[in-house]
Design a protein around this ligand. Structure first.
Ligand code: ASP
Length: 326
């Protein structure tokens, strides 16, 4: 049964269901808001603003980004799960949608059933970076310094459940060294403090680190994908630099509140696909080390299937680590 049908059923008759069909056909008639659950200027924000431009052109209505940061991305997700399911309140989130259902055992919204999936957007490599004057010239030296000075070194992240938190956990467990972590409302403010030398190390998406690496404002040690990234071709993979099996990439997807009519979700998915085909977006993504997903993955069904499998993939990992947000 489609979500549209499920929503129309309580109306017990075509009289009330018909306006929903009409409104789906004329959708959208006003501005659409996309919640980004992290601070402005960071990697999730960058991805959301790029698709918002293309969706605005395709839908003929403004698609506006709103930052609702906090609690590792769960506050913004809650805002969307509890919004009216009419297609005007959307969410761009990342891999945290797969980890929050296990990490957070008490939430004011349903982190799995609270959403309609609209489509996947992109998968972004991460980079291990440090403040500009960090005393290590390569990943091996970074590892040595971290092992030696573990008491004094800290690791910035965007809160429990954020991609930077997961990558940081992997880093600590690969080295078997617990570090002090400094949580921010997104990795944009974390990056500002890294550039200011107020924190030491960060693991973050190339969408937030490429420019700073290229302009030598921070030090970069490795990219967390199996292959090198074309826009940062001098940067070794973690495996090349001595950390085997250290692979993380951060997928982003677009969501609506559960109960949003299926025709509206479908229209939004078409707009997303059109945005992802825009040459200017493809070019910008490439400059930031990423690419749009193939069109078949920017669909509600492919997104849901991938997300559900990813929740199942992360659940045992988080449970085994015993690290919960509460
Ligand atoms: N992507 C970042 C993270 O999860 C958060 C952000 O977009 O600011 O760490």
């Amino acid at each position: 049964m489609s979500h549209f049908t499920r929503r129309a059923l309580p109306a017990l008759g075509l009289g009330l269901a018909a306006p929903a069909i009409a409104s789906a056909q004329s959708f959208p008639t006003r501005n659409i808001s996309i919640v980004v659950p992290f601070a402005a200027g960071g990697p999730t924000d960058t991805v959301a603003r790029l698709i918002a431009q293309g969706m605005t052109a395709n839908l003929g209505q403004n698609v506006i980004v709103e930052n609702v940061a906090g609690a590792g991305g769960s506050l913004g997700a809650q805002r969307t799960a509890q919004a009216r399911p009419d297609g005007y309140s959307l969410l761009v989130h990342h891999i945290g949608m797969s980890t929050i259902p296990t990490l957070y055992r008490r939430l004011a919204y349903d982190p799995v059933n609270g959403f309609e999936t609209i489509g996947l957007i992109t998968e972004v490599p991460m980079t291990i970076v440090a403040r500009r004057d960090f005393p290590a010239n390569n990943l091996q030296e970074l590892i040595e310094v971290v092992r030696r000075d573990r008491e004094r070194i800290n690791l910035a992240n965007a809160g429990i459940g954020a991609a930077s938190h997961l990558c940081g956990l992997l880093f600590q467990s690969a080295l078997n060294v617990p570090l002090t972590t400094v949580p921010y409302r997104g990795t944009a403010p974390a990056m500002a403090d890294l550039m200011g030398g107020r924190v030491d190390i960060l693991c973050d998406q190339t969408t937030n680190t490429t420019q700073q690496i290229a302009s030598n404002q921070i030090r970069a040690y490795a990219v967390t994908t199996r292959e090198r990234v074309a826009s940062l071709s001098d940067l070794p993979t973690a495996a090349e630099a001595g950390l085997p099996n250290f692979e993380v990439s951060v997928w982003h997807g677009l969501y609506a509140p559960r109960g949003t009519p299926a025709p509206v979700v479908e229209r939004l998915s078409q707009a997303l696909q059109a945005a992802l085909r825009e040459p200017s977006l493809v070019e910008r993504f490439a400059a930031l080390g990423t690419a749009p997903v193939a069109q078949a993955r920017a669909t509600p069904a492919a997104h849901r299937e991938f997300w559900q499998a990813d929740i199942a993939r992360w659940r045992p990992v988080i449970q085994a680590a015993g690290q919960f947000a509460d």
